[in-house]
Design a binder for this molecule. Structure first.
Ligand code: NAD
Length: 244
């Protein structure tokens, strides 16, 4: 049985990806920053109902040492690490002129350094296996920038550079690395937008609707599948035609 790690997967896009990969037959290593995130939450039952193994691993993915232990624990529990989805992410929005150093550093640590941490340790396991799939969650903010998201856009653009570098460094070991760049997807992250912001965004989307978490999970599922075995170093925008 193959194993997939999905970071930040107690809810939102991460939970949808974990469920979809479970439906695809992967055993699932869930992750989030605290036990609390899994309270009043049926993600584990939904995944085990697919007939696969599932365990949650509490770790702060911005912390290098915690990621090393997390990857060791997953390897000990499941034996292999076949797919890594770097999904955990946060926003601390604000205009650059008013952005605090703390909100810049925190977003870079959680969104960007986490990809370094997890890819280094899980990638090392995959190199020994001579196979693996790494899928990173970037964003349209990383491709085009977004006013009020200097820190977030920086972290999501960096993920694209890291994705292409990993694809080049690990390709000869049978490991692919790709990114998806979601547009506006209905999750707790986007529920925080004001009605006026939501209206303005819808006008920019060719399909005139937000995406669903399942629509992100479907593309991640493809990138983790045999059908994507010769796809690496790519960024797939999933935005309903936000920018064309
Ligand atoms: P979300 O806030 O619903 O979920 C993010 C999860 O990550 C949460 O469960 C959170 O607790 C967890 N997390 C945060 N910090 C963590 C840490 N240090 N260690 C471990 N887990 C941590 O967000 P979402 O909308 O589901 O977004 C998932 C990913 O997709 C993020 O990387 C986000 O930037 C990206 N994305 C989202 C959208 C969107 O429209 N929602 C658009 C583009 C990209």
């Amino acid at each position: 049985m193959a194993t997939a790690i999905v970071t930040g997967s107690s809810r939102g896009i991460g939970a949808a990806i974990a469920l979809r990969l479970a439906k695809d037959g992967f055993d699932i290593a869930l992750n989030d920053i605290s036990e609390k995130m899994f309270e009043n939450n049926d993600i584990i039952e939904n995944i085990t109902a697919q007939g696969v193994m599932c365990e949650k691993f509490i770790a702060d993915v911005s912390d290098h040492a915690q990621c090393e232990q997390f990857v060791k624990d997953v390897k000990a529990k499941f034996g292999t690490i076949d797919v890594l989805v770097n999904n955990a992410g946060i926003t601390r929005d604000g205009l650059l002129a008013r952005m605090s150093e703390e909100s810049f550093d925190t977003v870079i640590a959680v969104n960007q350094k986490s990809v370094f941490n997890m890819t280094k340790f899980a990638g090392s396991v995959m190199m020994k296996q001579k196979s693996g799939r790494i899928i990173n969650l970037s964003s349209v903010a990383g491709l085009y920038g977004n006013a009020g998201q200097f820190n977030y856009s920086a972290s999501k653009a960096a993920i694209i550079g890291m994705t292409k570098t990993v694809a080049k460094e690990l390709g000869s070991r049978g490991i692919t690395c790709n990114a998806v760049a979601p547009g506006f997807i209905k999750t707790p992250m986007t529920d925080k937008l004001t009605d006026a912001q939501k209206e303005n965004i819808l006008r920019l989307i060719a399909m005139r609707r937000y995406g669903s978490v399942e629509e992100i999970a479907g593309v991640v599922s493809f990138l983790a599948s045999k059908d994507a075995s010769y796809v690496t170093g790519q960024v797939i925008e999933i935005s309903g035609g936000l920018s064309m």
